[in-house]
Design a protein around this ligand. Structure first.
Ligand code: WT7
Length: 632
């Protein structure tokens, strides 16, 4: 602990017990080794997994920024997530534990059972004509079948495109159309805070204009009345009884660089981007990061409390845990329904060892006070995690003290849909500073640069860039390779532009400040200002709109909208409310603005770009900064 005095700011050191248990005891040595031999590091990790055929090359950067990993190799992520475990004692180990929102249903699946369920779903979608390379949209809540559906697609080489179950028909429509999916997998309804959200009806609405979709597979969850198109729609439980569903299903041999999934995320302009991940590199990246960062032990029960609809759920509810042969826990409900002890009840009931969640959830639960967690035995917890946005030190300390009883290091993991895996993150023995994700993961180098691409001084703010390729990096934006190059690799050639501003302190620790592009991070969900603005303008009353993010106590950032009305419409409270609802309906309730203000004009540059920065400064009563480009 000699380092104690040398580090700046408030530092939390790991206990002896943490160090004793940790897989990586000497972080520095490991980082140095990976840094010196990037390909050696990743090829050693990849060798822990099974390949039908090994790679010719670990990293192929001959066509950068279109990097390729493990070229020439044959593999399927499902072979490593399920098949290989069946040859070992893990056949009988739990792969998935699930609890329903109301707490009345508990389901568990061993790896053996997981294989059976995934094979069944795979046989069914294959019988529907889904083939290698075809896209399948999955629009579901947190039920075991969403996991089966994702893995079933991967098993037969189809490309899944999961759309978060909270998205509207319009948002779903756009994503189905862009991906040209052949099949949609959904469920009749989804329980959300005691109410049913009609997922199937939303699919019906979305499919009115989606000619690519041939079939809809519907999982029965609520048993509610559900309209079914006799030619297009099929109940899963009915097909599951057929002989065709119940045989063995071979796992398709894939090229390491074959697509595994696409996942839509918001960017600075226009429509959401389809981020593409592949079988080989993504598998190695999620396997390795979860193993080292959350230090999985064979007997652990790991709970990533995200939704499978986001990348966090893809990488760390589904793929990462199963690749490690771990036990993943998934809870259908939210943290505070019916009472704010719901999560703590789950931790106690299932003996969760590692809990990984978002700052917004922690801030939300903090508001209900310590009495709720204190009712429960949380002593099984060994490690905690945070993701989605910078965690404010107050929330960090509450999480550390009240949930972790000062015994559990908090892994603050910075990463993105695009990176597929943790990029800036501690491992358990790294000294922690509340609010910092510490340093880049093994093999990675980050930098903070100014507008011209030159590194800034420690302590100064700048653009966060990543300097080295990593196996689970996005391969492209599906259907739009130019946008991939422009968005991530053009501003600072040769460096990956994350879209975040950050600073680095004297200890080499990174502190994320927030997005620098026109992306608003609401409760860890990415929303583009452009999406919100076009939703507002799609309302007959609105001529022009601007959306900005302002600090919000629980959500981190809340959306605030400014609207210029068309002639014939007058500002009113009820119209403001109508517009808020309208955005919720067009995009998702997540996107509902905190408030809508009516203005006579919006600050714009002479070239007509809305200066959101000026609106933001005005709203906060701050100086407007350089307004030399402001019109008139
Ligand atoms: C953006 C990516 C990766 C899963 C969740 C979000 C912000 C993410 C952190 C963190 C500070 C964070 C960044 C990033 N972000 N994790 N630990 N500390 N900021 O994935 O929707 O692709 O959003 O979320 O701004 O760019 P995403």
């Amino acid at each position: 602990m000699a380092k104690k005095k040398e580090m700046e700011g408030e530092v939390f050191y790991p206990s002896e017990q943490v160090v004793e248990q940790a897989r990586v005891k000497d972080w520095e040595a490991m980082a140095e080794k990976a840094d010196k031999d990037l390909e050696g590091f990743w090829s050693a990790e990849a060798s822990e997994l099974e390949w039908y055929k090994k790679w010719d090359k670990v990293l192929d950067d001959s066509k950068k920024p279109f990097f390729k990993w493990f070229t020439g190799a044959k593999v399927n992520i499902v072979h490593n997530a399920i098949d290989r475990h069946l040859k070992t004692y893990r056949k009988n180990k739990l792969a998935l534990i699930w609890e329903s929102e109301d707490g009345k249903e508990h389901l568990t699946y061993s790896y053996f059972a997981m294989n059976r369920e995934v094979s069944r779903m795979a046989n069914i979608i294959k019988a529907m004509g889904v083939r290698k390379g075809d896209r399948v949209t999955i629009y579901m809540g947190r039920i075991p079948e969403i996991v089966f559906a994702m893995l079933a697609c991967a098993k037969i080489g189809a490309v899944h495109s999961v759309v978060f179950g909270g998205f509207s028909a319009e948002a779903l429509h756009g994503r189905i159309e862009d991906s040209q999916s052949k099949l949609v997998i959904t469920q009749d309804g989804n329980y959300v805070n005691g109410k049913i959200v009609d997922l199937k009806r939303t699919v019906d609405e979305a499919l009115k204009r989606c000619p690519s979709v041939e079939n809809v597979l519907v999982v029965r969850r609520t048993g509610q009345d559900t309209p079914m198109d006799p030619l297009r729609d099929h109940w899963y439980h009915e097909l599951a009884k057929l002989p065709v569903a119940n045989g063995k299903c071979p796992t398709e041999e894939m090229d390491a660089e074959d697509p595994l999934y696409i996942l839509y995320t918001s960017g600075s302009t226009g429509k959401p981007k389809a981020i593409l991940h592949v079988h080989g590199g993504y598998m190695v990246g999620t396997y390795t990061t979860l193993k080292y960062v959350f230090d999985l032990k064979d007997e652990d029960r790991f709970w990533c409390a995200a939704d499978p609809g986001w990348v966090t759920g893809h990488s760390y509810i589904v793929y990462g845990p199963l690749l490690n042969g771990a036990t993943s826990f998934m809870f259908e409900g939210g943290p505070a329904y019916p009472y704010p002890n719901r999560w703590w009840q789950c931790v106690e009931r299932y003996g969760i060892n590692i809990l990984y969640t978002a700052p917004t959830a922690i801030r939300g639960l903090m508001r209900f006070g310590e009495a709720w967690p204190n009712k429960h035995d949380l002593s099984s917890l060994r490690l905690l995690g945070s993701v989605g946005e910078p965690i404010n030190p107050e929330a960090w300390k509450w999480y550390h003290r009240v949930i972790g009883k000062e015994q559990c290091p908090i892994m603050d993991t910075w990463w993105q849909t695009e990176t597929g895996m943790f990029m800036i993150t501690p491992t358990p023995t790294v000294p922690l500073k509340p609010g910092s994700g510490t340093r880049p993961f093994f093999g990675q180098q980050a930098e903070i640069v100014d507008e011209a691409g030159n590194p800034v001084k420690d302590g100064d703010e700048g653009y966060l860039v990543l300097k080295r390729p990593w196996p689970s990096m996005l391969r492209t934006i599906y259907g739009d390779p130019d946008r991939y190059v422009n968005q991530y690799w053009s501003k600072f050639p040769g460096k990956y532009l994350a879209g975040d501003s950050a600073r680095r302190d004297a200890d080499g620790y990174y502190w994320i400040i927030g997005r620098v592009d026109d992306v608003i991070n609401v409760s860890g969900h990415r929303l583009g200002t452009a999406e919100i603005e076009s939703a507002l303008v799609s309302h007959p009353a609105v001529a022009e709109a601007a959306a900005i993010g302002l600090p919000h106590e629980v959500k981190g950032t809340g959306i605030h909208a400014f609207c210029l009305l068309r002639a014939g419409f007058a500002p009113s409270e009820s119209l403001a409310e109508e517009l808020r609802q309208h955005v919720a309906k067009v995009i998702s309730p997540i996107a509902r603005p905190e408030d809508v203000k009516f203005v006579d004009k919006l600050p714009k540059t002479r070239s007509g770009k809305i200066m959101r920065r000026v609106l933001k400064a005005r709203a906060q009563g701050l100086p407007e900064g350089d307004v030399s480009t402001l019109e008139e």
